[in-house]
Design a protein around this ligand. Structure first.
Ligand code: C2E
Ligand code: MG
Ligand code: MG
Ligand code: MG
Length: 265
């Protein structure tokens, strides 16, 4: 309890509750051994061509099946991997495993999410080259997803790193587009191949006219800049219809397929 005037202050609003704290601690110690215990797995979710319905890409999504804690959501454990720096070896595993599996697919690309630590830490282009060489996956079939906030941390460095990555021949797309502090100067200074419109705009479609206008504007801008445009998080046929009318060429969401293990396009 907090006391006034010189007592011992044990109350702190910044610390999680004892239960929350020990849950985080046990997740952290579990994560430290998860790679060697082979508790990670990749699930894959399709991105489909809106006109023809073919699968063009599959996004790799990390899953952790902890022996002690059961299945945990990426929303919980990815921030912990980032904080501890474990995201670097785990991210490297994701890259290699995604390329290894995708090499057996017939022409379908694989998309891999990158975190800031992995991107800014150095050695990423080397990891990418190694994952490609080891798997035999052609570089143009690997797509890396980065976020605006990741690039904001150090824009000049990000441009250099992106250019280095692009020289390996992979594609780079901006994920969750529209949710960061969108800075449109990225779109001409960064060598990007595509934009993924965040799910929140798709959700807003049913609620506001403006959401549709924003999506239409992003599609036009993407077209003018030669960027591929994808919308994520499509769950209903109403959303599907609206996005087709708005001209979004590639779609991803539960309506087309949930992320799943042992995926074959
Ligand atoms: P993200 O990259 O934006 O991935 C899309 C998330 O939305 C995934 O959640 C996916 O399962 C979910 N999703 C897909 N379609 C729908 C839909 O129709 N409705 C709804 N409600 N959700 C949908 P997931 O797998 O829980 O991953 C969450 C986030 O964790 C990802 O967001 C990504 O930022 C991060 N993440 C996942 N795997 C990795 C990884 O290997 N490395 C890194 N650095 N981050 C990862
Ligand atoms: Mg993603
Ligand atoms: Mg996304
Ligand atoms: Mg997202």
């Amino acid at each position: 309890e907090a006391t006034e005037g010189g007592g011992i202050q044990v109350y702190s609003p910044h610390l999680p509750s004892a239960g929350g704290r020990s849950a985080v601690l046990s997740m952290e110690s579990g994560l430290a051994r998860a790679l060697e215990r082979r508790e990670f797995e990749l699930h894959f979710q399709p991105l489909v061509d809106a006109a023809g319905g073919q699968v063009v890409t599959a996004e790799a999504l990390l899953r952790w099946n902890s022996a002690a804690l059961g299945r945990r959501s990426p929303a919980e454990f990815i921030p912990l991997l980032e904080r501890s720096g474990l995201i670097v070896p785990v991210g490297d595993w994701v890259l290699r495993e995604a390329c290894r599996q995708a090499a057996a697919w017939d022409g379908v690309r694989v998309a891999v999410n990158l975190s800031a630590r992995q991107f800014m830490g150095g050695g990423l282009a080397e990891s990418v080259r190694r994952a490609l060489a080891e798997s035999g996956l052609p570089a143009e079939r690997l797509e890396l997803e980065i976020t605006e906030s990741l690039m904001m941390q150090s824009p000049e460095r990000a441009v250099r790193l992106l250019s280095e990555l692009k020289r390996t021949g992979v594609r780079v797309v901006l994920d969750d587009f529209g949710t960061g502090f969108s800075n449109l100067s990225y779109l001409h200074t960064f060598p990007l191949d595509g934009l993924k419109i965040d799910r929140s705009f798709v959700v807003a479609l049913g609620q506001s006219e403006r959401a549709g206008s924003i999506i239409a504007a992003i599609v036009q801008m993407g077209h003018a800049l030669g960027l591929d445009v994808v919308a994520e998080g499509i769950e209903t046929s109403e959303q599907h219809g609206a996005l087709r009318r708005l001209g979004v060429p590639v779609l991803q969401g539960y309506l087309f397929g949930r992320p799943q293990a042992r995926w074959r396009p």
